[in-house]
Design a protein around this ligand. Structure first.
Ligand code: ATP
Ligand code: MG
Length: 430
């Protein structure tokens, strides 16, 4: 390859680097989620980033956008292919099934955090590697669990001071009542066939529920005219939905019923929900979830009820930043060490390096200059860094066996006897 080309290597389309300043918010979100999940008995599971392609085809559904055109699939052996996970519910269910957890501990609660991959058309807010945080409660049909998962999602957002989000819920029925409604919906929407977008004309035959999820204005208008799914669900589904609604009211969790809410993945049954944020524009969903009572049997396991959600981390963070003060966007304040060492003259560098290691050993975060720059340049860094303390070691200090410590907040300077004294002062001011 020519040198010129090498210079131009960029990240693949739709992939983003996350730099330390942004990591702050990522960390904050992960911490809030982990704490909230564990408070409710959900523990972390880590599954591989790729799986047997058939897992996603069988669970997500052959006629979904994800399986039809968004998967990164590669040849593995001569007979099989692997796919970078486009979502993590199916992999978690696969693990549950593979390790036969239904035999030993049928009811399990998991959470996951990690990257997902979908070859989406590049557009604002859509990435090809994005991240999701999610929970899965497996092994129960209890509607209280549907409510528990919704409550947990809102608690994570509350903790992150996200205001103005909306919880929308619906029931999309089960394998018993869905075929009937599918027929009705197809009949109703066929009347408007000519006015539907090109994609929805195809969806009409292939996966009519997806028409309800179309983001096109015209299709959205048309969908307002069709009957709601709730009118067509069976007694079992309707009873389940009633309990979910009543329990949400009992715990005073505000929600709206969106009679046309569906999800883009086929495995959902009964309850589906979304958390949206008004600052996001047309694609306003930051968290999506629901029940998937047939997923485990679809991939070869025994009938097992399950419910959970996946929150888009990038989308959630945009919503959070939109509601917080803008200046928090690039918060570098926590990226500075407790102290910065300035060495005067080359001969003090080794001493500084030793001191640096002693301080780090004692739990003080500290850094020094590794570019052999002038004292002036080092002082400039010390001033810019936002570290509370600057340590200065010159030939004088070296000779007297003392360490100069400057408090950058008060301007006070003192001579410390040894590293231990520095540790005490810094720790006292942490
Ligand atoms: P949408 O209709 O918005 O494409 P979806 O049905 O594909 O959503 P899920 O698979 O349920 O969504 O994903 C849950 C959340 O994950 C979404 O609401 C969104 O916030 C986030 N998400 C999904 N795909 C992407 C992507 N390509 N880039 C960034 N975030 C995404
Ligand atoms: Mg999608």
């Amino acid at each position: 390859m020519e040198k010129e080309n090498e210079k131009n290597i960029k990240a693949p389309l739709g992939m983003k680097d996350i730099f330390p300043e942004e990591r702050q918010l990522w960390g904050e979100m992960e911490k809030a989620a982990r704490e909230e999940f564990e408070l409710s008995g959900y523990y972390e599971i880590r599954t591989p980033v790729f799986e047997d392609t058939r897992l996603f085809v069988r669970s997500i559904g052959e006629t979904t956008d994800i399986v039809e055109k968004e998967m990164y699939t590669f040849g593995d052996t001569a007979e099989s292919t692997i796919t970078l996970r486009p979502e993590n519910t199916a992999p978690v269910m696969r693990a549950y099934l593979e390790y036969e957890l239904y035999k030993t501990k049928k009811f399990q609660k998991f959470y996951y955090i990690g990257p997902m991959f979908r070859k989406e058309r590049p557009q604002a807010g859509r990435l090809r590697q994005f991240h999701q945080i999610g929970i899965e409660a497996i092994g129960s049909y209890d509607p209280l669990l549907d409510v528990e998962t919704i409550k947990i999602a809102t608690r994570v957002y509350d903790r992150l001071e996200l205001s103005g989000y909306e919880v929308k819920i619906n029931s999309i029925g089960c394998e018993k009542c869905r075929p009937g409604f599918r027929k009705v919906l197809k009949e109703e929407l066929s009347k408007y066939k000519d006015d539907l977008c090109e994609l929805c004309k195809i969806r009409l035959d292939r996966n009519v529920f997806r028409v309800l999820d179309c983001k096109q204005k015209k299709c959205k208008e048309i969908c307002k005219n069709v009957s709601s799914i709730e009118e067509h669900i069976c007694n079992d589904c309707s009873g389940h939905f009633k309990t979910v609604k009543n329990t949400l009211k009992d715990i005073e969790l505000e929600f709206k019923i969106d009679p046309h809410l569906v999800r883009g993945l086929d495995y959902y049954t009964k309850t589906v929900y979304e958390i949206t944020h008004p600052s996001m524009g047309a694609r306003d969903t930051i968290c999506a979830g629901g029940r998937y009572d047939n997923l485990i049997s679809d991939i070869g396991g025994p009938p097992t009820g399950a419910v959970g959600f996946a929150a888009g981390m990038e989308a959630s963070m945009i919503a959070i930043l939109n509601t917080r003060k803008k200046e928090r966007e690039k918060d570098t304040s926590q990226l500075a060490p407790d102290a910065y060492i300035v060495s005067i003259g080359n001969e003090t560098r080794n001493y500084c390096f030793k001191l640096l290691n002693t301080l780090r050993q004692s739990g003080i975060s500290v850094d020094m200059d590794y570019e052999c720059r002038s004292t002036k340049a080092q002082m400039r860094t010390a001033n810019k860094l936002n570290s509370r303390f600057t340590i200065v070691i010159g030939p004088d200090e070296l000779e007297k066996g003392v360490i100069k410590l400057k408090d950058m907040q008060t301007g006070d300077e003192k001579l410390a006897e040894d590293a231990n004294e520095i540790v005490q002062v810094v720790k006292r001011n942490k």
